[in-house]
Design a protein around this ligand. Structure first.
Ligand code: SF4
Ligand code: SF3
Length: 543
């Protein structure tokens, strides 16, 4: 088999991509990513075995997070940058080893490869399938994918100057544990739950980082039409990149629009002062192929999700930064102070036509925990009076599969006395439906990006307190979550840690769950997948 990857929802037949990724990942990119993960496991092994104090090791910690982030679905398709990252980790690994006394380190901590050919050969022996027992493999990968999502959130927080060494230490420990053949299925189940617990901390850290710098998201109307100026489209999740782009474009006559997961940036007070922060263009990540065409201007990717651009004209307009990369697209790196120079993108924007309008109107969002809790009285009253019967948490990801039309239909067919709480790019399946509101409370409350699913947990915990309940599952809240990549995995593990039961996960269950591991999740947490819309609504309403 040339490659094997089953980390996302779109994996071939729900089993695994073995020739080329559905995402567009080539065999070599897949293998290099496998080797990068193996190298990072080796680093973790040294940190744990040698009980290294990581607090002063900024470079190591940052590159550790970035390595994991680079392997998230649709983040980096660039062989060269993954190869360079492996080499960077070798240097950091060997520096750690110089000071250790250990003799019997794991192969991951000591192996040496010189050329790219050797890297690819080595990768073939250390990928996902190197773990033979399918249940152990399933749990190891579940933990690793959770850590990838956690790394993304921890890196965003880091970029805002917030670090949490408990989170980082756990990440090293958990990754090292995936090399440990003495761990049993039970041990790994415990570690999976612990990953969820630390995931909550990582999301809380990012929430604190975002809100302390940019203010608490507030109810905001976002324009989805266009203006008549040259413009730059910014995608992904990194708010520091957005801030720097807004600063550098101010007064240049170039507007900035958000795409996909960057939409919630409009909800932060700090960004409202920028007159040229024009609105949101388009929909979720997978629609970018046509939407980038009509946007006309340059596009900046700060994180996933990149869809391989087929046309050269589009490739020439795409720029990547941070953990992202695409061959043939210009990559912008930060200087030692974290500053990025976007002048080339701005200069290019000025030479290109303004965006072609694809829709008009507004969408309303900004219902993160602080905003929702300030409306708590109104919401509690609506629940008590029966005006709101049930909340549906429909956070998560969007994707290409036709079966995802389920979520639009589900939102449309929900009774008018229900409210959808959303976060992540899943929202694009129903955030433009104009569902009738409930006494001024919108039917779709968007908390923000996928990481802001944390906000939804805070809201649920607060409601539990207000209603004087002992168990979060006694609340009138149902969870119907859509997943695609590994950030959704950490969100799911975090919800399980918080004790949420009966989560429905779709459009399909992860291919990386072996039948036995899936059974554990079903039996202990009531995890299920989606069925027919009407049946599911009935089931949820009677829960
Ligand atoms: Fe396949 Fe998803 Fe892996 Fe891409 S990320 S290779 S689509 S499983
Ligand atoms: Fe979306 Fe890629 Fe998951 Fe952040 S941008 S939610 S899929």
């Amino acid at each position: 088999m040339s490659m094997f990857c089953y980390q996302c929802q779109e994996t071939v037949k729900g089993i695994g991509c073995t020739v080329k990724g559905v995402c567009g990942k080539t065999e070599d990119v897949a293998k290099l990513q496998d080797l990068l993960i193996y190298t990072v496991k080796g680093v973790s092994n040294i940190v744990v075995e040698e009980k290294i104090d990581i607090k002063e090791l900024d470079e190591l910690n940052y590159q550790f997070l970035n390595s994991l982030f680079m392997t998230i679905t649709n983040a980096n398709f660039d062989e060269e940058s993954i190869e360079n990252q492996i080499k960077k980790m070798f240097v950091l690994r060997d520096r750690l080893r110089e000071n250790t006394q250990l003799e019997n380190l794991h192969d991951a901590s000591t192996f040496v490869v010189e050329s790219k050919e050797q890297m690819l050969l080595k990768a073939s022996t250390v990928g996902v399938l190197a773990t033979v027992n399918e249940d152990i493999r399933s749990l190891r990968e579940l933990i690793i994918y959770g850590l990838k999502g956690m790394a993304a959130y921890a890196e965003h927080a880091w970029n805002l100057g917030k670090k949490n060494f408990d989170v980082l230490s756990f990440m090293y420990e958990a990754l090292a544990a995936t090399l440990d053949d003495s761990l049993t299925i039970d041990d790994l189940v415990q570690l999976t739950l612990k990953t969820g617990e630390i995931g909550v901390q990582a999301m809380a850290l990012l929430d604190e980082a975002n809100t302390s710098k940019y203010g608490h998201p507030e109810i905001t109307k976002v324009n989805i039409g266009v203006r008549n100026n040259p413009a730059i489209l910014i995608s992904g999740h990194d708010l520091t990149d957005l801030e720097q782009l807004l600063e550098q474009t101010e007064g240049t006559g170039v507007d900035v629009y958000t795409h996909s997961e960057m939409l919630p940036a409009h909800y932060y007070p700090k960004f409202k002062k920028y007159e040229h922060f024009a609105g949101n263009y388009g929909n979720a990540w997978w629609k970018q192929v046509e939407e980038f065409d009509s946007f006309n201007g340059p596009i900046l990717f700060t994180t996933n999700c990149i869809v391989p651009p087929r046309k050269e004209e589009i490739r020439n307009r795409i720029f990547t930064t941070g953990a992202t990369g695409y061959p043939g697209c210009k990559h912008i790196t930060a200087d030692e102070n974290g500053k990025k120079d976007f002048s080339e993108i701005i200069a290019l924007a000025k030479t290109l036509p303004s965006p072609t309008e694809i829709e008009t109107g507004i969408i309303v969002g900004g219902f993160a925990h602080n905003q929702v809790l300030s409306l708590a009285d109104k919401i509690v009253e609506a629940v008590k009076s029966g005006a709101i019967k049930k909340f549906f948490v429909m956070a998560g990801c969007d994707g290409r599969m036709k079966s995802r039309s389920y979520y639009t239909e589900f939102a449309q067919k929900l009774p008018n006395d229900t409210v959808i709480l959303t976060a992540g790019c899943a929202k694009y399946r129903y955030n433009k439906l104009n569902l009738p509101d409930i006494n001024g409370i919108p039917r779709v409350l968007d908390a923000g990006q996928c990481n802001d699913s944390y906000s939804l947990a805070v809201i649920a915990l607060k409601l539990k307190e207000v209603f004087g309940l002992d168990d979060i599952n006694e609340l009138p809240i149902a969870f119907n979550i859509a997943w695609y990549e590994q950030k959704a995995v950490i969100v799911l593990l975090a919800l399980l840690y918080l004790g949420v039961k009966n989560i429905h996960l779709g459009p399909t269950l992860p291919g990386f769950l072996s039948p036995n591991v899936a059974k554990v999740l079903v039996e202990n947490f009531g995890i299920a997948t989606i069925g027919e819309v009407e049946d599911d609504i009935e089931l949820f309403m009677n829960m």
